[in-house]
Design a protein around this ligand. Structure first.
Ligand SMILES: NC(=O)c1ccc[n+]([C@@H]2O[C@H](COP(=O)([O-])OP(=O)(O)OC[C@H]3O[C@@H](n4cnc5c(N)ncnc54)[C@H](OP(=O)(O)O)[C@@H]3O)[C@@H](O)[C@H]2O)c1
Length: 497
């Protein structure tokens, strides 16, 4: 990673340090960053959770987690060095004593920067209802502003709807200033997502045509092959709209649709994304019924294996109405995008794991090659975010030695092949940004609220009117037939297949 700003010595306090996120993502990311020599000034990691453990026992738990989930090379020597920086504190989040001990532990384990103050990052890897509890305790014990230089990383979900997001924010803002709050959406840490802005604004050939005069429609697909795995309680309460649409998909729309920012710093970019979220036309009930599709997977086949339906998963009620699939048509009511439909689609247990943005350009005004038997493909620009990281441009050429047979060809940039690099885990990038004090890739509260405003009417409508035919798609298919019809009745089709 670029070493443009330095990282001061810091302590990262991970509330929920024994949980799934900490074991699968955070500790492996910190281990890898340390391996890459990203923490020159010294650091300590302090896990806090309910389970009773000594520092040594916690280190063993973390070692096992890193060996299981870390993608890179394992080195015992490196682990020995890294593990000396790891500490643990056991204590319930709602007890004052936990925070007295926390203070002592930070003092023992952390390293002062030059002025004697300590840089402390609080990471909220906790169940959503614990975040306010922890933040209020930190505030009451004066652990937010006065005693240390602090930042707080908050994990999604940022509320369950706009009003609870506002409530959560009140708690956060009572304790921290906005510039101390890092609302993390790991999607924004993915390299190809960050590249969307570069691609758009560093290439005048694309920016010239990036508007309603040339673009017919924009499609975003976030498809997951996996089901709900071990996160049934979370998923049952959340559903696909809160889990994926309110954050990841709207963030992608923000990057694709925003105006050029006046600079590359956090506030300029977040200002422009916020304008996009606020310009997405609000869906009334009629529009929701007509242009939004919900689904829930039933039993089906994935990679030749039979998998259970959502209602058959562990801890899911057999009459659950939770949607696992979403497709819809949105419009952005601004000068650039008026009249251009944005089709989005996401779901669990779809045929493959893929995240893709497809920009379909308008067809040429005249069909000069009328005798061609082939259907005429428009130009399509495809930005693939995962699992491959690619940019592909589809354009038409004449098939060799034919009179007028059109052949749709692809020009492809594959990141891995071109740059000979494996992609960094997005958590690594975001942790480093937070340590450096760079908020660009973190959500700002006004944006969070605007994103809830887009999805709240849909969630409310669907929670009020239960679906008639759940489950309505088989695992391993591209969702219910209505998702295809959403396109077909306009003479369009989903490009990602
Ligand atoms: N897991 C993911 O992949 C993922 C992805 C994106 C966002 N997130 C978000 O990250 C957060 C954490 O998720 P998770 O999956 O890691 O949850 P998790 O596995 O349930 O872990 C929760 C952690 O909090 C601790 N904890 C819970 N209640 C406590 C209490 N009252 N006092 C002290 N410790 C307590 C648990 O400690 P004990 O085990 O000792 O009880 C555990 O360390 C959630 O907000 C989630 O939405 C998770």
């Amino acid at each position: 990673m670029e070493k443009d700003k330095s990282i001061e010595p810091f302590t990262i306090v991970i509330f929920g340090g024994t949980g799934d996120l900490s074991r699968r993502k955070l500790l492996p990311a910190l281990f890898h960053l340390h391996q890459d020599d990203e923490f020159p000034g010294g650091f300590s990691i302090l896990g806090i959770a309910r389970s009773k453990m000594t520092d040594e026992e916690y280190r063993r738990l973390i070692k096992e987690a890193i060996q299981t989930y870390h993608q890179g090379l394992w080195s015992e020597n490196h682990w020995e060095d890294f593990s000396k920086h790891i500490f643990y504190l056991s204590g319930p989040f709602d007890e004052d004593e936990t925070y007295t001990k926390l203070c002592e532990k930070i003092d023992q384990s952390s390293i002062s920067i030059a002025q004697g103050a300590k840089d402390v990052i609080y990471y909220m890897a906790v169940p959503p209802d614990s975040t306010p509890v922890v933040v209020e305790k930190l505030r009451d014990r004066h652990l937010c502003r006065a005693r240390f230089h602090t930042k707080i990383i908050v994990e999604k979900p940022f509320g369950r709807d706009r009003s609870s997001a506002v409530e959560l924010n009140k708690v956060l803002r009572d304790a921290f200033d906005e510039h101390q709050i890092y609302r993390i959406d790991h999607y924004l840490g993915k390299e190809p997502v960050q590249n969307i802005i570069f691609f758009r604004f560093a290439n005048s050939i694309f920016e010239q045509v990036w508007n309603r005069s040339f673009i017919d429609n924009v499609q975003i697909t976030v498809a997951e092959e996996i089901g709900i795995e071990h996160r049934s309680t979370f998923y049952e309460e959340s559903g696909v709209v809160r889990d994926i649409v309110q954050n990841h998909i709207l963030q992608l729309i923000g990057l694709v649709a925003m105006e050029p920012p006046i600079g590359f710093e956090a506030e300029s970019i977040r200002d422009e994304k916020g304008k996009v979220f606020r310009s997405i036309s609000s869906m009334d009930e009629k529009h929701i019924d007509q242009f939004a599709v919900r689904g829930q997977y039933g039993r089906g086949m994935i990679n030749g294996q039979e998998v259970p339906g959502y209602r058959e998963e562990e801890n899911i009620p057999p009459d659950s109405y939770t949607p696992t699939f979403f497709a819809a048509k949105f419009y952005i009511e601004n000068w650039r995008w008026a009249g251009v439909p944005f089709f989005i689609r996401t779901g669990k247990r779809l045929p493959k794991q893929i995240t893709e943005i497809a920009i379909e350009f308008k067809k040429p005004p005249l069909r000069l090659f009328g005798k061609s038997p082939d259907p005429f493909e428009p130009n399509i620009l495809i930005l693939t975010i995962q699992p491959d990281e690619k940019i592909a441009l589809r354009f038409n050429v004449r098939y060799p030695y034919t009179v007028s047979q059109i052949y749709p060809a692809n020009m492809i940039l594959n990141y891995r092949e071109t740059f000979n690099t494996a992609s960094h885990d997005p958590y690594e990038r975001l942790l480093i940004d937070c340590m450096k004090g760079d908020l660009t890739l973190f959500a700002r509260q006004d944006g969070v609220e605007a994103m809830w405003e887009v999805v709240d009417p849909i969630i409310t409508r669907w929670e009020r009117i239960p679906p008639m035919h759940f489950p309505n798609y088989a695992a391993g298919t591209w969702g219910p037939p209505e998702a295809g019809l959403l396109m077909e009745r306009e003479g369009r089709r989903w490009i990602t297949a």
